[in-house]
Design a binder for this molecule. Structure first.
Ligand SMILES: [Zn+2]
Ligand SMILES: [Zn+2]
Length: 438
């Protein structure tokens, strides 16, 4: 959806040499702001010649352009060089600074550098593109040279882009990276983060430059609790990483710490991940609503580890870090084994993955799966059951319904035989839809 705002102003000659602004309102939920303007800079004046005609094009008007955000920040100032620009959180025309398009009163900066004696009429056309929820793929756990990885930030970003990802979180051990340090590479969002790495467990703190108070180290549970609570106050998204890893599992009592997501799929599917999925299933079965996260824990390429293995699929309003992390915290997504792995959309009434409906009103779960391969198995897991809905008869896609027999949660797993003779492994794991009692 788009809004188009037209503003026409007339500038008197007397205002030549002055600056002023033209305000316009931006509503909630806008992803991109684009502006074009036009005015007679070199209007043609025809002169008859004995043998024809000559059109003179003197520069009689010069109107400069800029953009001011609702908080007074100068987003850009392009003089009279550009007749159009675009700005979003993830990209902008050179000379303009990318940033979220917040609701409020924005201002066109008008510089009346040169105005002809009769004045000049300037027409502005502002286009506001609204956010539309769509699928983005990324990796929420990756290391660089700043800790024990082998790639620079730029190399990591390019690698993620080439692997088909839309975003990658930079999560070096106990080393923050700030948003300003992240390279801007077209088509890929880098999310600032840190992997809090402690003898008692690891956790990712995502989305803010300095996600917790002070240094990483703590020696008591109370100090750790204070650290996590400071991160919560600062607005960080917190994921508990590889909770049941043999060497660096999470040994603190998670129930007493604030966190947003459980990393149930870390790197290649293996025993630690199966245990983490089991822990998550237990938590869901006791009525907790806990979103999942997945990431490769990438340091360098190995025979089994690659960036995007697994890939987190998120249904978000834009590729901006804020929207992606909001979708992660809301559980609006799934984990798939690779960037080109299968995808799934779950709906129940108006609810999507991660959301809740009332079981008394909505009992039907709709499952649309794509990128399936022949013999893939799709099953719905609830607290009480695991029902196989499909064994794919050929490569393709599926559109299925499932009736909830009782209140609770329902989530989807797709299993695949990756190699002949090797047992089937999860190719996809979805967040649930919750069917609340009452
Ligand atoms: Zn770790
Ligand atoms: Zn790690």
């Amino acid at each position: 959806m788009q809004d188009i705002i037209l503003k026409t102003i007339h500038i008197e000659h007397a205002r030549q040499g002055s600056y002023f602004t033209v305000p316009f309102e931006v509503p909630e939920n806008v992803e991109r702001l684009s502006l074009r303007y036009d005015y007679p800079r070199r209007p043609g004046v025809d002169h008859d010649l004995p043998n024809g005609r000559y059109t003179a094009r003197d520069e009689v008007n010069i109107i400069d352009l800029g953009l001011i955000a609702p908080d007074g920040r100068q987003v850009g100032a392009s003089g009279s060089d550009k007749l159009a620009f675009t700005v979003s959180e993830t990209d902008a025309t050179p000379g303009y600074i990318p940033g979220p398009i917040r609701p409020g009163t924005w201002q066109i900066l008008v510089g009346a550098y040169k105005v002809e004696p009769g004045g000049v009429t300037v027409e502005y056309e502002i286009t506001l593109d609204h956010k539309v929820r769509r699928l983005f793929r990324g990796d929420l756990h990756a290391h660089t040279l700043a800790s024990d990885g082998v790639h620079t930030l730029e190399e990591l970003a390019w690698k993620a882009k080439r692997n088909g990802l839309d975003f990658v979180a930079v999560t070096d051990h106990n080393q923050f990276v700030s948003a300003a340090q992240l390279p801007r590479i077209d088509g890929i969002t880098l999310i600032p983060g840190v992997e809090w790495t402690h003898y008692q467990g690891h956790a990712n703190f995502l989305g803010v430059d300095e996600p917790y108070d002070g240094s990483f180290f703590t020696n008591t549970f109370e100090e750790t609790q204070a650290k996590f609570e400071s991160a919560r106050r600062r607005g960080a998204t917190i994921t508990v990483n590889h909770p049941l890893d043999e060497n660096c599992g999470f040994r603190y009592d998670m129930a007493r710490l604030p966190f947003d997501c459980l990393e149930v799929w870390n790197g290649p599917m293996r025993e630690n991940n199966f245990k983490a999925i089991g822990l998550w299933q237990q938590m869901l079965s006791t009525g907790r609503k806990i979103p999942i996260s997945g990431g490769s824990d990438y340091h360098r390429d190995t025979p089994f580890i690659f960036l995007g293995g697994p890939t987190m699929g998120l249904y978000a309003g834009s590729r901006g870090a804020g929207d992606l992390l909001a979708a992660l915290r809301a559980g609006n997504g799934f984990i798939t084994f690779a960037p080109n792995g299968p995808t799934v959309e779950l709906t129940a009434g108006d609810a999507i993955l991660g959301e809740s409906v009332r079981w008394a009103e909505v009992r039907e779960l709709r499952i649309q799966a794509d990128g399936l391969l022949k013999d893939d198995v799709l099953r719905v897991v609830t607290a009480a059951s695991s029902d196989v809905l499909l064994q794919a008869p050929a490569d393709g896609s599926a559109d299925l319904v499932y009736q909830m027999a009782a209140p609770g949660f329902a989530r989807v797993e797709i299993l695949r035989a990756f190699l002949p003779g090797v047992p089937m492994l999860p190719a996809l794991l979805s967040n649930p839809i919750y069917f609340d009692e009452g």
